[in-house]
Design a protein around this ligand. Sequence first.
Ligand code: UDP
Length: 248
Amino acid sequence: MITEEIMGFPVDVITYEDIMKDLPEYFQSDKKMSAISVNPQIIVEGQNNSEISKFIKKSTHRIPDGIGIVLVSKLLGGQVKERVAGIELMYRFLEYADTNKKSIFLYGAKPEVVADAADKIQKDYPNLTLSGRIDGYTDLSEAEIIEKINDNQPDFLFVALGFPKQEEWLARNIPQLDASVFQDVGGSFDVLSGHVKRAPQFFIDVHLEWLYRSLTDRKRFKRILQLPIFVIKILFWKVRTRNDKKSS
Ligand code: UDP
């Protein structure tokens, strides 16, 4: 697997098919897959968060989640050609779990959101086992959450606490958890449950769902500005590292 570096963060040149091909190996051994989204927000805001950067470096699959990563890879002469969207990858994991009768656990989002996401998953993927769920505002302690998840022995654990909570939580807790596959899924339960609408199909087809959601959601609006800032930061980083190499 080819890995590129963007401002100190690794991102893998990887497709959905590569990840799905790797899956069985994780179920046949004790190895744990961590499929973690790498996007402009993580790279920019993760610069001063050593817990996050260590975690991304240790993760088994660092997915290029976002057009910003594809664009920047191209600018740096890299090979990331295809975006691997976190939510799309989650759908593929659910399909796999359905076909192979695996079990899943959902952790995160508001109580009614995770409950509706669970119902929808159970309806759409009747052959997987939904082994449990905990909302992201629970009064349970971290130790109790771990115990509840492990008691239910899920194969897949999806964590939806938003950035950086979900990555920090996974960094601390993967070693204690018995699941085989871990994914940070941000706002995916909101979309899956229907509490947040996906963009019209046209925007999905032309890979501009992020733009539609940014324009229609005030909280996400500032992310549009993050993209040009990210590209400029990357260009400065590239020039600086090139100069450092020349002078050493
Ligand atoms: N969330 C949560 N607990 C928290 C903070 C956030 O469960 O303490 C959930 C939130 O309800 C939402 C998800 O995390 O379902 C993603 O939140 P946000 O949209 O802020 O994150 P992003 O999509 O930007 O990663």
